[in-house]
Design a protein around this ligand. Sequence first.
Ligand code: SAM
Ligand code: SF4
Length: 329
Amino acid sequence: MVVPPVDAHHRPIDYLRLSITDRCNLRCVYCMPSHGVPRLDHSQILSYEEILRLTRIAVKMGITKIRITGGEPLVRRDVTYLCENIAALKGVSSLSLTTNGLLLGQYAAALRRAGIRRVNISLDTLRPSRFSSITRVGCFHKVWAGLEAAQKAGFSPIKLNVVVMRHLNDDEVEEMALLSLRNPFHVRFIEFMPFPSSASRKQFVSSDEIVERLSRLGRLVPCESRSNNGPARYFRLEGALGKIGIISPISHHFCPSCNRLRLTADGKLRTCLFSNAETDLRDLLRQKASDEELVQVIGQAIASKPEKHTLDPEVLHKCMGRPMVRIGG
Ligand code: SAM
Ligand code: SF4
C-alpha cells in the first residue's frame, strides 16, 4: 500500500474530488448566480483520458478515495465509462458520486455496475413547489424517483445533503431529519457557504442552531466517530434506521483534519475549497508533461495546502472567486 502524501501541517492527503463538468441541469440559488455562469468551452474541459491520467497519477501518489462531482456529473456523456475506469485502478478503496438526483432514475443501476459504491443526493426540501423555487428548474418527483432507483440498485447508506438557509428551508429541518427514522438514510445538514450565488450571507444558519432545533425531536445520540466520516458529525434519533449528519464548514471548521484535493472540470487543482489558489494541470498535460513532472507539481501543491480558512464569512465572501458549480462541492 502506498502511504498518502502529507502536507506541511502533517495532514495525510488521500481524498480527491473530481469535478467532471461545469454544466448542470439545475440552478440552485445557493450555488449559481441568477444570471447563470458562463459555460466553459468544450476545449477547456478535461477529456476523460486526461482525467484518468491525472487520477492514475494521484492514486500512485497515495490517493485512495475518489468522489465524482460537478456541476452535475450525470449530465456528462458516458459518465459510467469514467467510473468503470477509475474503479478499476488498483489502490482506489472508495469511489463515490455526488448528484442532484434528477437523472439517477436512469443511471443508478449502471453506476453501481460501474463501481460507484456510495451516492450523495442533494435534496433541500420535501415540498415540490419549494424544490422548484430553490433549484429554479427542478422537479422534486424526479429526484425522489432517482432516490428510489438508487435504493433499488443497492446503494446504502444513501446520504442526503441539505443546505440549510434562513427563510428558504430552515423550517423543514425537523421534517427532513425525521426521514432518518424509518429510512436508512444519512440526512446531512450543511451550513451555507458564501460563494458567489443568488443567496445572501444573511441567510446563513449555524449548525449550533440546527442542532438546537433537532434536539426538540428527541435525544440525539452521538454516533461513534469513524475515520472515514469526513467532516460530518453524526447523531441518531433513538430507534432510527438512519443517521443525522451535521457539517459546519463555517462555524466549526474541519481544517485540522482536511484530507482533500479538488480537481476542477477545467483541470485546476485546488487544495482548499476556500482559497483561490489553483495549480493548472491542464496546461501541463497538454504541454506533454511527463508523469514525473506532474507528480512533482501535484506534490508541491499539496505541500502548500493552506493550514486553515478564516472563520469570518465577510472575508470568505471576498476571497472566493468561483461559484460552487465551477469548483465541485
Ligand atoms: N450537482 C451535484 C449536487 O448538487 O449534488 C454535485 C455538485 S454540487 C456543487 C455539490 C454539493 O455542493 C451539493 O450537495 C450542494 O448542495 C453543495 N453546495 C452548493 N453550493 C453550496 C453552498 N453555497 N453552500 C453549501 N453547500 C453548497
Ligand atoms: Fe447544480 Fe448541484 Fe449546483 Fe444545484 S448544487 S446548481 S444541482 S451543481
